[in-house]
Write a protein that binds this ligand. Structure first.
Ligand code: AMP
Length: 195
């Protein structure tokens, strides 16, 4: 099955995606991780997106859609993907549907981590102090939240209408969030291979 982990920046999507990879055999596709890897290996793409990322803006749909397409091609026999930080716009969501449909697959479930934005700001200040990601600085983070609310949150009613949206309280501790995700996946037919 293919799953989208949905939520604003710093909601804990990456942490939960990594647990699902080790516990259920999903392949994690994080466009944020791919873009950071492009930057640290000094590619043209990395140089082109650096400024946008650091300011907290969204990289173009074309770029991130191409990154996902490349990963889908590289993993033809995968049992299930977990999309983390993608799609972030309606155009990306539409492209994802098309890329999956072309391979006889679909988005099976969307799990939204609901978080309190004020609490997120505190979380991100701690992450900035510990990891020093440039886009975690307060100004860039506010811009990332604005981008989420204006461009990404409008996907929620679309997935709700398709009957795919599941919401969980992302303010719980990591284990409790994992347990809530596990209940949803078990109810939906369990491991990456099912569905
Ligand atoms: P993330 O780690 O998912 O928060 O992504 C870090 C940054 O990478 C974002 O603030 C954007 O600048 C860029 N990025 C990651 N994924 C996407 C996406 N799906 N669409 C546009 N920009 C993205």
């Amino acid at each position: 099955m293919n799953l989208i982990l949905f939520g604003p920046p710093a909601a804990g999507k990456g942490t939960q995606a990594k647990k699902l990879v080790s516990e259920r055999g999903f392949i994690q596709l994080s466009t944020g991780d791919m873009l950071r890897a492009a930057r640290s290996s000094g590619t043209d793409l990395g140089r082109r997106v650096a400024g946008i990322m650091d300011s907290g803006g969204l990289v173009s749909d074309e770029v991130v859609i191409a990154l996902i397409e490349e990963q889908l091609q590289l993993n033809p026999g995968a049992a299930g993907f977990i999309f983390d930080g993608f799609p972030r716009t309606l155009a990306q969501a539409q492209a994802l549907d098309e890329m999956l449909a072309g391979r006889g697959m679909k988005v099976d479930s969307v799990i939204r981590l609901k978080v309190d934005e004020e609490a997120l700001i505190g979380r991100i200040e701690r992450r900035f102090a510990e990891e020093g990601r440039p886009d975690d600085n307060p100004e860039a983070f506010r811009k990332r939240l604005t981008a989420y609310n204006s461009q990404t949150a409008p996907l929620l009613p679309v997935y709700a209408e398709q009957g795919k949206l599941n919401e969980i309280d992302g303010m719980q501790d990591v284990q409790a969030v994992s347990a809530a995700i596990a209940r949803i996946l078990d109810a939906a037919g369990s491991r990456a291979t099912a569905g």
